[in-house]
Design a protein around this ligand. Structure first.
Ligand code: G3P
Ligand code: CA
Length: 324
């Protein structure tokens, strides 16, 4: 065996130890924007609470700052979730993340939105600045600290929010620098098939192929054949599941589009194509209503749930896995 191949094998094995080559419980609980139903979204506090609640994966959506740093944030603007308007004048008529440097963004505080609060009963975040906008590296550092503290293996599920080659390169470089490999608990997600195809080409060239998930909507044709609808603005472009499986390991489908309903046949066809199916977003705060919704999709065979209230998802999974 060539020395480079041996080295690649050794690094992949080490990555497996570092990030959890052990099997995660299935179905997966993915903390959507952290424990975003309880604490401000995309904060170290919210991610840590989700981990403490038993989430298997935490989900940072990613944006690029003006100085080229990946930060965890859903919107391309700082306005909705931070106090930017009280600290800075608008730039180019707004508050795009891309118009602010990391040092500037680090002066901001992420504020509660939706049902999120600024604290959670009985929970004290361990981060020094738990409500600043975190970088992707800080999110990974948190995961590694929590892995060490808990003996668990927490996964990371970053989403490229922009179809931007610089973002692709940043995600791959950051994960590689932190020794994420094919055995690690990681998925990279995007709504853009162009982004995922590009990521797969780059991963292959770099000999570090990490699982990819294409986000979209479930389409079942009049012929009963399932496809994934790739959403761009008001346009939905159907791709065959076989086509998606040629560059991805999974699909992430909306559970809130009645015209694009996810059902048992859709999930079975995705599985037959070799794709995992993760659903978004499970956002019911009422425990009984949430339990019913989780149960409905888990019984269809869904492999993972993006949940705003990860504790409710963990409870539902436990019930689902109990011997009947
Ligand atoms: O990534 C899955 C789900 O989070 C997509 O919705 O808009 O919350 O990123 P969004
Ligand atoms: Ca997301």
């Amino acid at each position: 065996m060539r020395r480079t191949t041996l080295l690649a094998l050794l690094l992949a094995t080490l990555a497996g130890f570092a990030h959890g080559g052990d099997a995660a419980p299935s179905p997966l609980v993915i903390a959507h924007r952290g424990a975003s139903g309880y604490l401000p979204e995309h904060t170290l506090a919210g991610y840590e609470l989700a981990i403490r609640m038993g989430a298997d994966f935490i989900e940072p959506d990613l944006q690029l700052t003006q100085d080229g740093v990946l930060v965890a944030m859903h919107d391309d603007s700082l306005l909705r979730t931070t106090n930017v308007a009280s600290r800075f004048a608008p730039r180019h008529g707004g508050y795009k993340v891309a118009d602010f440097s990391l040092p500037e963004i680090k002066t901001l505080i992420v504020q509660p939105t939706g049902t999120g609060q600024s604290s959670h009963p009985g929970f004290a975040p361990s981060a020094a600045e738990p409500f600043q906008v975190p970088t992707l590296q800080q999110v990974i550092d948190l995961v590694q600290q929590q892995n060490q503290a808990s003996g668990r293996r927490i996964g990371i599920y970053p989403e490229a929010k922009q179809a931007d080659p610089a973002m692709e390169d940043g995600i791959l470089a950051t994960l590689a620098r932190n020794h994420y490999g094919p055995q690690s608990k990681v998925f990279i997600q995007s709504f853009s098939d162009t982004t995922l195809r590009s990521l797969r080409r780059k991963q292959t060239a770099q000999n570090n192929v990490l699982p990819l998930v294409l986000l979209g909507v479930a389409i079942t044709g009049a012929d009963g054949v399932a496809r994934l609808g790739v959403v761009s603005g008001n346009t939905v472009t159907p791709l065959t599941l076989q086509e998606v499986a040629s560059f991805s390991e999974g699909i992430g489908v909306s559970i809130h589009r009645p015209a694009y309903a996810v059902d048992k046949s859709f999930i079975a066809q995705a599985h037959a194509a070799g794709l995992q199916v993760h659903g978004w977003t499970f956002a019911k705060a009422d425990p009984a209503a949430a339990a019913t919704e989780f149960q409905q999709y888990l019984e269809m065979g869904m492999d993972g749930v993006f949940a705003n209230y990860p504790d409710l998802a963990v409870t539902a999974r436990k019930r689902y896995l109990q011997p009947k």
